[in-house]
Design a protein around this ligand. Structure first.
Ligand code: BTN
Length: 335
């Protein structure tokens, strides 16, 4: 749901899609939308300017030949409605950080769940003070904001849960195996596909607003990235050899975020979390080094506990649990 969506334009695209690969006459469209044929023509012209390929043939009408690959608000709304996803979304051309925008909008009283998407960020940030930048239109940058009301100890669990759910969803969508690297990365064959940055406003006993920021390389122009980035990062299209509709991919991600949050709120995630971890964790049973504020420790990943803290078997045989940290793989790594 988005307040600036024009329902007539939405019906126009829906009618053109329904008729595909055939035609729909200007008269039929005018009837359907309750406007004049001249108005249909000017609306069609506007859609063409926005990247829709629409052919007009005398005595047959209009046919939709192609849709813009870039994120388009009307297509996003259509895809969300088709999936039955109830979310309040905002699409910005540019902002400093979607995490800040989502936090501000939610603390101002907006309905939860909410998502802020931006085509560009001037101060996008990652974990540990790193920067996140990719403004080529193929990178999905969004922040999902909710009011969980759960204890702060469950914040990390949401990040890990969403990472695993998205890994499963994106694997099925793209046909390429996507894995989740605790606590916040998605990888394809060891290269970074996406990063998650979760931030919250906390009371002593509960999370007020929780913002999950996601940067996901969908159609990103990997070939234009500096060599040092190319060797550690990838995109869905680079790995699969396919291009994706940014609107459809965004709707898929939003649908999964909403569903994952519902399950999380209903305390309905333990069994699936374990199953997804076994299937899609990039680091399970691997030798890793975790860097925390106490220093770096190397051990073998045993699993995660009920708060999604990482359990490592140290060389001494002792099992130690880490609530937070930056993990790198040591030894022979098979993603
Ligand atoms: C990481 O890998 O360290 C996390 C990267 C998170 C980047 C996203 S892009 C959208 C949202 N807004 C931000 O400022 N950061 C997150």
């Amino acid at each position: 749901m988005n307040d600036s969506i024009n329902e007539a334009e939405l019906s126009l695209i829906a009618a053109l899609r329904d008729a595909q690969p055939g035609f729909v006459s200007g008269e039929e469209l005018a009837d359907k939308l309750g406007v004049s044929r001249v108005s249909i023509k000017s609306r069609i012209d506007r859609l063409k300017e926005a990247g829709f390929e629409i052919d007009a043939v005398r005595r047959q009408g209009y046919t939709l030949v192609g849709e813009p690959e870039a994120l388009h608000p009307l297509l996003l709304e259509l895809e969300l409605r088709a999936l039955g996803t109830d979310i309040h979304w905002i699409l910005l051309e540019e902002c400093a950080s979607t995490n800040d925008e989502a936090m501000r909008t939610l603390t101002d009283g907006a309905r939860s769940p909410l998502v802020v998407i931006s085509r560009k960020q001037s101060a996008g940030r990652g974990r540990l003070g790193r920067r996140w930048h990719s403004d080529d239109g193929g990178n999905l940058m969004l922040s999902f904001g909710v009011r969980p009301g759960k204890p702060p100890a469950f914040m990390q669990r949401f990040t890990v849960w969403v990472g695993l759910r998205l890994a499963a969803k994106l694997s099925a969508y793209s046909g390429v195996k996507v894995k989740a690297k605790w606590p916040n990365d998605l990888l394809i064959e060891g290269r970074k596909l996406a990063g998650i940055l979760t931030e919250a406003r906390l009371d002593s006993d509960r999370m007020r607003e929780l913002i999950l920021g996601l940067g996901l390389n969908i159609n990103s122009a990997v070939d234009t990235w500096p060599v040092e980035v190319r060797s550690i990062a990838t995109s869905l299209s680079h790995a699969s050899g396919r291009r994706f509709s940014m609107s459809a991919a965004t709707a898929l991600v939003l649908n999964e975020l909403v569903n994952a949050f519902d399950d999380y709120q209903n305390d309905n995630i333990d069994a699936e979390m374990q199953q997804l971890w076994d299937e899609l964790s990039a680091i399970n049973n691997q030798s890793v080094t975790i860097s925390t504020y106490e220093g770096a420790v190397t051990g073998e990943v045993v699993g995660i506990d009920s708060t999604s803290a990482l359990q490592l078997r140290l060389p001494t045989g002792e099992i130690k649990t880490y609530a937070a940290g930056d993990v790198s793989l040591s030894g022979n790594y098979q993603a």
